[in-house]
Every structure is written in structure tokens, then in C-alpha cells.
Design a binder for this molecule. Sequence first.
Ligand SMILES: [Zn+2]
Length: 189
Amino acid sequence: MNKLKKELLNDKNTIKFLEQIAGPIAIDVVKIFKKEALSPEMISKKLDEKITNVRATLNSLHYRGIACYKKTKTNNNLYEFLWEIKFKKIIENIHIQEIKKYKKIEMDINSKSTHDYFVCPKKCIEVPFEIAAAYNFKCPNCDSSLEMVDIKKRLALQKRKLKTTKENIEKLEILLEKIKDDTKGYICE
Ligand SMILES: [Zn+2]
């Protein structure tokens, strides 16, 4: 595995993303691919994981176009499925996710800059002043007293988040240019 792939798979965003879409062993499954294609049986043996877990993980990755397979004949004339990982697709998926996140933070910043907001300390609701007043400043869900959001602090925090997200998007775009998947003939979503 080359340096770029290693870097990608050690990144905490990648680890979190793979776990979200394909479960707890997804990162281990992806990491086990070096140069050659692998069957679920080989992965199961190498990781000492149940074959059913390996198959479920591969299928979830396949759904996102990250794990791809081909059917081949073995020496004893049986069919087996060999799998490959599309590393570029991992980055593409995370890239889309980060852009969505960026837009969401941007919208949040734009919508809240001029209003006072109230929030339930247990995070049930977050509402503007007028609605909080209509609730008598009590959470309609859990009856806790609503607390005023410090807009300045909140905005500063969101702007920091926006900046780190933007940096991350740029980093991913550089990776996208550099990384190559040279596996051919596999079936992907
Ligand atoms: Zn509440």
C-alpha cells in the first residue's frame, strides 16, 4: 500500500466514515487489501472474523461503490468472488459528506446571526425568542428551563468549524487528484 493510502486510512475522518457506513470492522477489512484481490474467506481468516461479518461489511462497502468484486474460476473448477477496494471512491464519498456539512454550517451561520436563540439543556429543542416566550421558556418536551444561546460564542464556534471543514475539503481535493485506482474489470455499484 502506498503512502497516500496509508495516510488516508489513518485519518480519523476516514475511520469514522467507514464505521458509519459499514460497521466496526470496515476499517480493518479495507486495510487488509495490499496489492492483490481477496475472497471473503481469505479476509475472514486473516482478520479472524466470522465470514458473515466480513460479507456484510463488503456488501455495505459495495453499496457505496467502495468494494468491488469479480467472479473467477478456481483450480478445482469452482467459482469464487474476489474483491478489491476503490480507494478513490472512499475519498469521493467523504468529499461529498464534507461539502454537505460545510453548507449546513454556512446556513446555520446565516440564519442565526440576527436572532436570539433559546435551547433546552437536554438538547430537545432550539427555538427563536418568540417561540421560547410562547413556551414560557420551558422545554415542551422535558419541562427544563430553556437557556439563552450566546450567539457571539456560537457564531465564533461555527466559523471555526466552517474553516476546518473547508481545509479538510481542500485536503481531500488534493488527495483526489493524486490517488489512483488501477484495478480493472470489477463490478461496482
Ligand atoms: Zn428538553
